[in-house]
Write a protein that binds this ligand. Structure first.
Ligand code: MN
Ligand code: MN
Length: 303
C-alpha cells in the first residue's frame, strides 16, 4: 500500500494529465461558449479545436513526460538530454505545440542553443506547464529545484515572470505534498503577489489566456475558492481560454492537496490508460533516483 505522500505525488501527476484532457475540450472558448455548448463541462469527452479522442492528453502532459523520461534515462538532470527529449517529442508530430516552445526546441536542435535570450515575448505558460517531474524529482534535495527549473525553462522560455510563477507553483505543490497545508501554500503565493502586485487574483475578471500571469490568476482564483479536486478542475476548465494548460496546473495543485481518492473515477477511467501507466512508472522512478546533475554521476559512482 502506498504511503500518504506517494499517494499525493501520484495524484498530482495524474491530476495534471486529467486537467489537460478535460480542458482540451474547452481550450480557446469563452465561458459563454462553454456554457452554451456544454452547460457545465465536466466529462472527459475529447473534441475541442484539436478534435481529440476522449482521454487524449496534449503537449502539456507529453512535454512533462519527456522531461521526466530524460531525467530517468540520464540518471540525473542533464540539460542536453532534456533538449534531446523535447526534440524527439517535437519530431513525433505532437497534436499541439506552442510557438515559443517550437522556436526554442528548433534552436536547440539546429544550433545547440540551451538558453533562449531573455524576452518579454516569452511570458507564456509553456515552461510552467511541464515542470512537475522536477518537483517530484527534487523532493529529496530541494536545493536543486530552483536551478534545474530555470535551466529546463530557459530552453524555450527565458522570462522573469515565467520563472517566478513556475517556481511558485512548484513550491506550492511541494508544501501541500509534505504538509497538506493549503493555507501555507496560499501564503507563499501571497508573498509573491506582494512583490509583484500585478499577479494579484483578488479581483479576478476571467483572464484565462496562455500568458503566465493569466494562468497564475485563473488557477489561483479557482484553487483557493474550491474545496475539492473536482470542483477546482471543473471551475478552471469552464473558464475556457488556455483551459488545458490551466486545468493541468490546477490538477497538479489539487491532486497534491486532496490525494488520489479525491479524483473522480469517471475521470481516471477515461484518461488515456497508457499515459496513466507511464505516469505511474515515471513517478516511482523519479522518487527512487538520487538528485544530481548528470555530470556528478561519475564522481558518485567512483566513490
Ligand atoms: Mn496543451
Ligand atoms: Mn494549452
Amino acid at each position: 500500500m502506498k504511503n500518504d505522500i506517494e499517494d499525493k505525488i501520484l495524484a498530482s501527476y495524474v491530476g495534471f494529465a486529467i486537467g489537460d484532457a478535460l480542458g482540451a475540450t474547452t481550450e480557446f472558448m469563452t465561458p459563454r461558449e462553454v456554457a452554451s455548448d456544454y452547460g457545465v463541462h465536466d466529462k472527459i469527452i475529447g473534441g475541442g479545436w484539436l478534435k481529440l479522442k476522449p482521454g487524449r492528453v496534449t503537449d502539456d502532459t507529453e512535454m512533462s513526460l519527456a522531461l521526466g523520461e530524460s531525467i530517468i534515462q540520464s540518471g540525473g538532470f542533464n540539460l542536453h538530454s532534456v533538449g534531446d527529449h523535447y526534440v524527439t517529442w517535437m519530431r513525433s508530430k505532437p497534436v499541439d505545440i506552442g510557438s515559443t516552445v517550437r522556436k526554442g526546441v528548433r534552436d536547440y536542435m539546429l544550433k545547440g542553443v540551451t538558453e533562449q535570450p531573455e524576452s518579454d515575448m516569452a511570458a507564456g505558460n509553456g515552461a510552467a506547464m511541464r515542470n512537475l517531474p522536477l518537483v517530484i524529482y527534487c523532493l529529496k534535495k530541494w536545493g536543486y529545484f530552483e536551478q534545474m527549473t530555470r535551466l529546463q525553462s530557459h530552453l524555450t522560455h527565458n522570462n522573469k515572470k515565467s520563472d517566478l510563477i513556475t517556481l511558485c507553483f512548484g513550491e506550492m505543490t511541494k508544501i501541500m505534498l509534505e504538509t497538506g497545508d493549503k493555507l501555507k501554500a496560499l501564503k507563499l503565493a501571497n508573498r509573491l503577489i506582494k512583490i509583484n502586485p500585478k499577479f494579484s487574483y483578488s479581483r479576478y475578471r476571467g483572464e484565462a489566456s496562455g500568458y503566465i500571469v493569466d494562468t497564475f490568476k485563473t488557477v489561483m482564483h479557482h484553487f483557493s475558492d474550491s474545496t475539492s479536486f473536482e470542483e477546482t478542475l471543473v471551475r478552471v476548465v469552464n473558464q475556457g481560454g488556455d483551459a488545458d494548460t490551466n486545468g493541468a496546473i490546477a490538477g497538479m495543485l489539487a491532486g497534491a492537496l486532496y490525494g488520489y481518492d479525491s479524483i473522480p473515477t469517471k475521470w481516471t477511467k477515461k484518461i488515456d490508460q497508457k499515459v496513466l501507466r507511464d505516469i505511474e512508472k515515471q513517478t516511482k522512478k523519479l522518487l527512487e533516483l538520487p538528485v544530481r546533475y548528470n555530470d556528478e554521476i561519475s564522481n558518485c559512482e567512483s566513490t
